[in-house]
Design a protein around this ligand. Sequence first.
Ligand SMILES: *[C@@H]1O[C@H](CO)[C@@H](O)[C@H](O)[C@H]1NC(C)=O
Ligand SMILES: *[C@@H]1O[C@H](CO)[C@@H](O)[C@H](O)[C@H]1NC(C)=O
Ligand SMILES: *[C@@H]1O[C@H](CO)[C@@H](O)[C@H](O)[C@H]1NC(C)=O
Ligand SMILES: *[C@@H]1O[C@H](CO)[C@@H](O)[C@H](O)[C@H]1NC(C)=O
Ligand SMILES: *[C@@H]1O[C@H](CO)[C@@H](O)[C@H](O)[C@H]1NC(C)=O
Length: 328
Amino acid sequence: MEHVVLSFLLASAVILTAATVISGERVNETSATAELVWSKGKLESDLLSKPEPGNSDYLSAGADVDDHDDLDGGFSSLDGVLRWAIGHSDPAKLKESAEDVQRLSASELQKRQLEIKELIEKMNMPSDAQLMQIAIDDLNNSSSSLEDRQRALQELLILVEPLDNANDLNKLGGLAIVIQELNHPDPDIRRLSAWVLGKACQNNPVVQKQILELGALTKLIKMVKSTSIEEAIKALYAVSALIRNNLSSQELFYAEAGDTMLQEILSNSSSDIRLHRKAVFLVADLVECQLENLARAESPFFRNRFFLKSVVDLTASTDLDLQEKVVL
Ligand SMILES: *[C@@H]1O[C@H](CO)[C@@H](O)[C@H](O)[C@H]1NC(C)=O
Ligand SMILES: *[C@@H]1O[C@H](CO)[C@@H](O)[C@H](O)[C@H]1NC(C)=O
Ligand SMILES: *[C@@H]1O[C@H](CO)[C@@H](O)[C@H](O)[C@H]1NC(C)=O
Ligand SMILES: *[C@@H]1O[C@H](CO)[C@@H](O)[C@H](O)[C@H]1NC(C)=O
Ligand SMILES: *[C@@H]1O[C@H](CO)[C@@H](O)[C@H](O)[C@H]1NC(C)=O
């Protein structure tokens, strides 16, 4: 049954894309297409009842984006869904359905597109808020297995991407629950929790404030020092998302010795390159923010020669992206 639905959705994605291309319409990402795309993402996360950690192409693609900047990595376009679906499909079958679609004329395609849209509407999908509630309940249940928790966090990671959903998370009590998971004994649960928090507050001052008020910054700064490198990377991602463009939260960051934490990463030649890179990006952000607000604040960075030296040393790095950021 699951397989049938999945195939149907995949074929739908192929047809919808082809129809859009042929009719020359631009996909309006804020309207019905986006809803459709979302419904599909939801269904698939329900269907893939137990995703293997580390075996999700979509999620790791998101991680790559995060490594460079904070552009969104989710299902923001039909193309994104398609790539995700392709990553989870049988290549032979996929080729077959793509060839089938190519045999259809433009009007046939448009007719199919309408039929599919009607069908999907009839399927009576749960709302994003309902899906978030299910994930939160799973996290807030001491009997949930490790796999249940992982799945719940991976679903939240996708669900919190739209601004409205991120804003709903706290109303549902979800932020406090996810912050609690930062203390879980399993490093992968901690990693996913930090990631969800970073995603939820990225470019979102409302959620930034909520997370700060729940006191998560101190914990996240500690997590950056974890011996699990993946946990450290996501923790630093969350810290960066949390204090970006907000002087008062940056003051809290300095008070919690966040600058010392960055120094340690930058001056340690055996630090992981991804962690190094995130640290440089954060420094560049902080410096930029300080420069824009010179009148109000004094940057501890400019007063610290040791720190400046470690940034300058990085210009010797072989990583071009990193060099650019350091020069900035
Ligand atoms: C997309 O849809 C939104 C809301 O329905 C509308 O305001 C906007 O103008 C549309 N954009 C394009 C490019 O059609
Ligand atoms: C907690 O999880 C267990 C095992 O999955 C389940 O049987 C139980 O109904 C859940 N409790 C609540 C309150 O949802
Ligand atoms: C978590 O579960 C407890 C009962 O075990 C309940 O009182 C609380 O409201 C739940 N929190 C959320 C956010 O659902
Ligand atoms: C910065 O964060 C504080 C809470 O730490 C909040 O009160 C304030 O409104 C935020 N400022 C901006 C510009 O987002
Ligand atoms: C430098 O980083 C490595 C790898 O993360 C770590 O094992 C080591 O303890 C660090 N050294 C210092 C002085 O912090």
